[in-house]
Design a protein around this ligand. Structure first.
Ligand code: NIG
Ligand code: FE
Length: 412
């Protein structure tokens, strides 16, 4: 058992949990001045103010033997949940960046064999060991920014052996918590004549192998012009759900495809990007239980419009934010950039951004009763800040993280 004392301000997110991540205002952050946090067996046992602690500590068995840690007046906030990344890949797409800056579009680069398929070539060639070592470095960069739960997708293998290789790299990392998403349906590999034939292969061959080996927690598909349509998507998502995986959908990134409707109908936990939603799409998403995972760094790099976060949130949608880190559309791991774009370009308030990067992101990953808040029973995942919470998502390239704790252990 450990008692963390001397917490200048403890941000619990108690109000965010009560409101289940919707219509968040500052008081939902559940700020406690002069806080104390008690951790036992990797979970939060007690969280509250110093004055309450003085009155209640006697009731906790074994408390006299607990180790004390003084945080010297620093702020403590729940560990960040980075809910959408493509962190396993080989190769490099910096030339495509330069091409885009001369006016060639992301879609045209893909049509010429670049884009996702160029990363597929490099990733197929890479060994499991190479992918794992690179992934470890990338995971560490997230942990240094206070990330304690990280989602990572496959999707650059596009055949059974290479998809499984990517998922094994994800599963080989035991700290912090990694959520593994099978994204075999990311693009159509050149060996297949069309999307339908490839999806049939995924359903018959790859999916059963992935599920049998316990390599994935969720499945994802890219519903987009030139990739997969909603008819194929429905068949695929049903198969993934029947196989026991949670589902999510990349959609409405480049064109409005009505993929959001498929996501809602199939009870997807989250829908990713949703930049191109029309008024009907916004109101349907706002009414649904599916979390909108917004990825403004990808919109920034692709010089696209930003999603209508304000309308979604005001309509009652649950919004999460993530980097979408990948070598093509979003070659950045910087949480501060994402949050600053959300504030400047999408009109989100700081409490909304904080909730979007903690509890709401946890909800997208079906982990909202485990992570994303500092309440008794939750995993003891938290960040000690060098500065006040109001300095988060303020300076691009700087996150005031003093240390990161995962399951009560210091991991940075
Ligand atoms: O989320 N949209 C599809 N997938 C990724 C991009 C992957 C890539 O360009 O390599 C995304 O933006
Ligand atoms: Fe993505």
């Amino acid at each position: 058992m450990k008692v963390f004392e001397g917490i200048g301000e403890l941000i619990t997110l108690s109000g965010v949990v009560k409101k289940s991540g919707k219509r968040i205002v500052e008081k939902d952050l559940g700020r406690i001045r002069n806080g104390v946090l008690v951790v036992d067996k990797g979970r939060i046992l007690w969280a509250g103010s110093q004055s309450m602690w003085v009155r209640q500590r006697k009731g906790i068995p074994g408390i006299s033997k607990a180790k004390k840690v003084n945080l010297e007046g620093r702020t403590v906030i729940p560990g960040f949940v980075e809910s959408h990344t493509h962190s396993v890949f080989a190769g490099d797409r910096s030339k495509e960046f330069e091409m885009r800056m001369t006016g060639v579009s992301y879609e045209d680069i893909a049509k010429k064999g670049g884009g996702i398929l160029s990363t597929v070539k490099a990733t197929r060639k890479a060994s499991l060991n190479h992918l794992t070592e690179d992934l470890k470095l990338r995971v560490n960069r997230f942990v240094k920014q206070g990330v304690t739960t990280l989602e990572v997708k496959s999707g650059y293998g596009l055949n059974s052996s290479s998809e499984i290789k990517m998922l094994k790299a994800i599963r080989s990392i035991s700290s912090p918590k990694l959520v593994s998403t099978f994204l075999g349906a990311h693009a159509i590999p050149p060996e297949f004549p069309n999307a339908g034939k490839y999806i049939d292969y995924l359903i018959a061959d790859t999916l059963p192998k992935v599920v049998k080996a316990g390599l994935a927690d969720r499945a994802d598909i890219f519903i987009e012009k030139g990739y997969f349509d909603s008819v194929i998507g429905e068949k695929y998502l049903r198969a993934c759900r029947d196989a026991g995986l949670d589902i999510c959908v990349h959609t409405e990134q480049l064109n409005l495809t009505q993929g959001y409707q498929l996501a809602i109908d199939q009870k997807a936990k989250s829908v990713e990007h949703v930049v191109q939603l029309d008024a009907k799409g916004i109101s349907e998403m706002a009414k649904s239980e599916t979390v909108c995972v917004l990825l403004p760094a990808a919109d920034f790099y692709l010089k696209m419009a930003y999603p209508s976060a304000r309308k979604l949130i005001d309509g009652g949608a649950r919004v999460a934010l993530a980097t979408d880190f990948n070598p093509g559309s979003s070659p950045t791991q910087d949480l501060s950039l994402v949050g600053v774009l959300a504030r400047i370009e999408m009109g989100m308030s700081l409490p909304e951004v904080i909730s979007a990067y903690t509890f709401n992101a946890a909800k997208a990953l079906s982990l909202e009763s485990e992570v994303g808040a500092i309440l008794p029973g939750y995993s003891a995942d938290f960040v000690v800040l060098d500065d006040g919470w109001d300095r988060l998502f303020y300076s691009v390239g700087y996150h005031p993280v003093h240390s990161t704790f995962w399951k009560g252990k210091r991991v940075f």
